[in-house]
Design a protein around this ligand. Structure first.
Ligand SMILES: [Zn+2]
Length: 347
């Protein structure tokens, strides 16, 4: 069972980090999940001692769909405002402990909406959790609203309109996630257009469980500036050129890619090829609980497996920040200075 390194070199531990790609649903602490189920009197088909195994990959997953099913185990516990507040808060706290200074947490609010809990309340609860973490730790958190590919088109149109209404409240982006192989992005092009016109940043999961043509479509037709994963772009020289030329940022999450079988093994991950080609990249942890990882562990993986120097890892944090959905120039500058400060402190 592949997992990212557990021992983090000090220089990576202290590096101020930017995480643009992490999902709330893959970030729920197992003990929290257990408590939420108990509080809500939800029946579980496993014992407390098996809860970690139930939420984390075991190596038996054949593809992205199997991986997503694992993540979906937490869904029943999240149809509740307090649960959303708590899990968003804890995801941000865990990131802050990993020395993440800027987090764009993403979540699929439609999954958690239910009678008595409209999607607006779902988003509100998560934003409150993020604000609490900000005030306690100094981390800066924003929310990306994720539309799921397998959801009805009308639901995602509604979601896009609601997401835009939260544009001044902490929602900064709109994402398309979920089962890429079976549900083309074309279905949800209008929802993405609504979000884009409403001023939200766009990022699309593409080229993860399907080919590079999906990356091309996301860039050319949906106007995305960021692509979730996009790793299969390496199969098409034209798409590689397009990404470099248009300064598209790939949000790469190497461990998750091994777990979803998007790559055969970690050695064949194209992270180095993208970087050396001059394509902008950010590193995320995708689903830190599901994949038993953290951003610092992903960066250690890059150092150990692909020889990334600490300077290169720092440069990646700067690239991520440049592509972050931040409209406030002063905030971006302040975060940039925090990343740079690590050099001077060594002198
Ligand atoms: Zn993702």
């Amino acid at each position: 069972m592949f997992s990212a390194p557990n021992v983090i070199p000090e220089e990576i531990a202290v590096l101020p980090k930017v995480n643009l790609h992490t999902h709330l649903e893959g970030s729920v602490r197992p003990e929290t999940f257990w408590e939420l189920c108990r509080e809500q009197k939800l029946q579980l088909p496993f014992e407390r001692s098996d809860v970690v195994r139930a939420l984390q990959v075991t190596g038996e997953e054949r593809n992205l769909v199997d991986y997503l099913e694992k993540i979906a185990r937490v869904y029943p516990a999240l149809k509740n405002a307090q649960a959303l507040h708590r899990t968003a808060y804890e995801a941000a706290i865990d990131a802050a402990h990993d020395r993440v200074i800027y987090l764009e947490l993403r979540a699929g609010p439609m999954t958690h909406a239910c009678p008595g809990l409209p999607v607006e309340k779902v988003i509100e609860a998560m934003l409150l959790g993020l604000r609490r973490a900000e005030s306690e730790t100094g981390i800066v958190c924003r929310l990306i609203v994720a539309a799921l590919r397998n959801h009805p088109v009308a639901d995602n149109l509604h979601l896009a309109k609601v997401a835009v209404e939260f544009g001044n409240e902490g929602v900064v982006g709109f994402d398309l996630a979920g089962d890429e192989a079976n549900f083309p992005a074309q279905l949800h092009a209008e929802a993405i257009e609504i979000a884009r016109r409403g001023g939200l940043g766009i990022t699309i999961h593409a080229g993860e469980a399907a080919g590079p043509e999906n990356v091309r479509y996301a860039v050319m037709e949906l106007g995305t500036k960021r692509v979730g994963h996009g790793i299969r772009s390496v199969e098409d020289a034209g798409v590689m050129e397009l990404l470099a030329e248009k300064s598209i940022l790939l949000e790469l999450c190497p461990t998750s890619n091994v777990h979803t079988k998007a790559v055969g093994d970690i050695r064949s991950h194209p992270v180095r090829r993208f970087f050396d080609y001059g394509i902008r990249i950010a590193i995320g942890d995708d689903d830190p609980i599901t994949s038993n990882t953290r951003l610092s562990r992903e960066l250690t993986l890059l150092q150990e497996q692909f020889g990334f120097s600490i300077q290169e890892l720092q440069r990646i944090q700067k690239m991520a920040l440049e592509a972050a959905f931040i409209s406030d120039k002063a905030l971006r500058e302040r975060l940039y200075q925090q990343i740079c400060a690590i050099d001077s402190s060594k002198e």
